[in-house]
Design a protein around this ligand. Structure first.
Ligand SMILES: [Zn+2]
Length: 233
């Protein structure tokens, strides 16, 4: 398993984003039904998949009483992302945009780089869409800036696993067979960079162990609960 390669699969770029509080207008902006997300793609099937993944992420945040505050722009790439040839997706707060491979291109990329040791398929792809959209929703709801890499990746991986189909999720959790992080103090950016997939598994297990998950997630966004590491990506 080439762990270092996984680092390049999904990333978050920059935390000093634009200001909050822009009112969203779903009808005027969105081309996804019922959610303020615009998908830049000529292909209907790929667009529908991106919309579905975004819906999954939003439903997760809404279950914790957190909303999209401004439109999210997703640009789909059928031939790789410029300057990031080994990435499935990335979110840039500076551009306020998610760049994302199409499912077909993600499949071909992941023949050699199997994220979580799994073959890329529609189900796993949707979880990666949800991961990137979670970065965007997190960015919109942060009360304090700059924020930390750990906070962002915690919420992105928790969203990815919480919304993932049960079968691949169970398979991944069994394959990794890891203990949950005991607390934020154990979540280091070094661990994340060495093995982001294992980091994702351990933060999800931590999330599952929480007695009040909404309280924790809202605390991260408000700044009342802070990771020890403030390293920025
Ligand atoms: Zn991420």
């Amino acid at each position: 398993m080439n762990l270092k390669s996984y680092f390049f699969l999904i990333i978050f770029l920059g935390m000093n984003g634009v200001e909050d509080s822009v009112a969203t207008d779903i009808d005027n902006f969105s081309n996804c039904t019922g959610i303020s997300v615009y998908v830049d793609s000529k292909d209907t099937e790929n667009k529908a998949l991106a919309c579905d993944g975004a819906q999954m992420a939003l439903a997760f945040f809404q279950s914790h009483k957190i909303e999209i505050k401004r439109p999210i722009h997703i640009k789909l790439h059928s031939a790789g992302i410029n300057n990031y040839p080994a990435h499935i997706g990335l979110y840039s707060s500076k551009k306020n945009q998610i760049d994302l491979l199409t499912l077909e291109h993600a499949k071909s990329l992941c023949v050699s780089l199997r994220p979580f040791g799994m073959p890329m398929n529609e189900s796993l792809y949707l979880s990666f869409v949800a991961h990137e959209v979670a970065h965007a929703i997190t960015d919109q709801n942060l009360k304090n800036r700059p924020s930390s890499l750990i906070l962002h990746e915690y919420l992105a991986y928790v969203t990815q696993f919480a919304t993932m189909d049960l079968q691949p999720r169970t398979e991944i959790l069994q394959r990794y067979n890891l203990e949950p992080f005991q607390g934020l103090e154990n979540m280091s950016s070094t661990y994340y960079k060495l093995n982001p997939c294992a980091f994702g598994v351990k933060v999800f297990l931590h999330y599952q162990s929480l007695p009040n998950q909404s309280h924790f997630i809202q605390g991260l966004l408000s700044g009342l609960i802070k990771p020890e590491s403030h390293e920025l990506e």
